[in-house]
Design a protein around this ligand. Structure first.
Ligand code: 3PG
Ligand code: MG
Length: 416
């Protein structure tokens, strides 16, 4: 009978193969556990082992044990055989690499920091339908960052008010109107009314200003309902949908991605609730890994932080964005979205930190402008144009009054 022992899952001489999924964890072993023993338990519990040694008939077992193959301080590397995973199932993959191990006593804390995805797994996922090409395929942003705004207050506006604010922002120069993460289908602003009237306003503005605009309507709901809302967006002539990917769950995101393929709709991924996973540096799942999962599942945009310039605690935004723009076995790159506490006065610093292949979203930073939404949108567009021309915001503001007013109100400070 074959026995599976602790040290079956630890081999510091093992060299991962090109077909392995390689995961990097940060661990705090439990008091009575050595790093080696804790690393072995992580590899065991996340693949095919458990706390007790097992005895299984050799001819009844496919060996799927992971191997803890490197220990560097508190960082361990675990290599997983690709056969452990069901092709195309993100839930099953996460039940392995981010499942029981996050709660087991062998570690006081553990964080999944990074994954290196083999082609054998990546090929099971669709990846983005458009990715960063939305800037040119669906909008007229060219080489500049795509600009977006979300009406504020985040919920409570009537449909008429929501559409009026959206129209003012589009006319002021933003490309995308975005629903807030908790605006879906409520009595004060029903989904289909908001969808139809916002897209009608979009068409009016496109006609008048000669620039393509679009609407990131939030389809977040139970999955069946979400798919019906995706169909409605297509019926009404929308080009994008927005999904709160963490609160919806990755299985639902995969279903939405499949339906969006049918309609040629791009997916804007909001990450509300991500901080439950990535805010603590010693426990959970990093935003880098959440962004990787989102890219495999096929979103076109995802919020990845503001490089410390906004109101939300931040991850390694530049590093995450580099990965999203980089190659992953031929997957389309994903457009990183910088959002949360941004305003015209920090656009130059943001572009310096994150480059121009991004989407910049400002809610309060547009609607809180002293002269209102239209002026706020103009100021954001002016700050973006100044940054691309290499002109300081202060100099550009000398003959762009909306930007001058925004700088007078907010300066270059980052809010909390
Ligand atoms: O959903 C978002 O991206 C945030 O609510 C942005 O809002 P803010 O720009 O007002 O911080
Ligand atoms: Mg929001």
């Amino acid at each position: 009978m074959t026995g599976i022992e602790y040290d079956d899952f630890l081999d510091l001489e093992y060299e991962p193969t090109a077909s392995d999924l390689i995961c990097e964890f940060r661990i705090d072993p439990a008091e009575d556990m050595s790093l080696e023993a804790a690393a072995s338990r992580v590899a065991s519990e996340s693949s095919n082992g458990t706390w007790a040694a097992l005895h299984v008939a050799e001819d009844e077992l496919t060996h799927l044990g992971a191997v803890a193959c490197d220990i560097d301080g508190q960082r361990i590397t675990v290599a997983y055989p690709a056969e452990l995973f069901e092709s195309g199932s993100m839930p099953q993959i996460l039940s392995c690499i981010a499942g029981n191990i996050l709660g087991m006593k062998a570690v006081d804390s553990i964080r999944l920091e990074d994954c290196e995805w083999p082609e054998s797994i990546v090929s099971g996922f669709p990846g983005p339908q458009f990715g960063t090409s939305v800037a040119r395929e669906k909008l007229d942003a060219g080489a500049r960052p795509i600009l977006a705004t979300v009406p504020k207050p985040k919920v409570g506006l009537s449909t008429d008010a929501h559409v009026r604010v959206g129209e003012e922002a589009w006319r002021g120069g933003v490309d995308l109107l975005k629903d807030d993460e908790n605006l879906t289908d409520q009595a004060f602003n029903p989904f289909e009314d908001r969808l139809a009237e916002s897209l009608a306003a979009r068409d009016r503005v496109e006609e008048d200003v000669g620039e393509r605009k679009d609407y990131l309507v939030n389809v977040t709901a139970e999955t069946t309902e979400m798919l019906e809302r995706v169909d409605l967006v297509a019926e009404h002539g929308g080009g994008f949908v927005m999904v709160d990917v963490i609160t919806c769950g990755w299985s639902a995101v995969q279903s939405v991605r499949e339906r969006c393929e049918d309609h040629g709709l791009a997916i804007h991924a909001h990450r509300a609730m991500h901080a439950a996973f990535d805010r603590l540096e010693h426990h959970g799942v990093s935003m880098r890994v959440l962004a990787q999962i989102a890219r495999l599942c096929g979103v076109d945009h995802i919020h990845t932080g503001t490089a410390g310039l906004g109101k939300l605690a931040n991850e390694d935004t530049p590093g995450i964005n580099d990965w999203l723009h980089g190659d992953c076995h031929g997957l389309e790159p994903v457009l990183p979205v910088a959002s949360g506490g941004l305003h015209p006065g920090v656009v130059d610093q943001l572009i310096d930190a994150l480059g121009t292949d991004i989407c910049i979203q400002a809610g309060g930073g547009i609607h809180g402008h002293p002269d209102g939404t239209h002026a706020g949108a103009k100021a954001l567009r002016q700050a973006t144009e100044a940054s691309l021309e290499g002109v300081s915001l202060a100099d550009y503001a000398t003959d762009h009054e909306e930007l001058a007013t925004a700088l007078e109100k907010w300066g270059a400070e980052t809010p909390r």
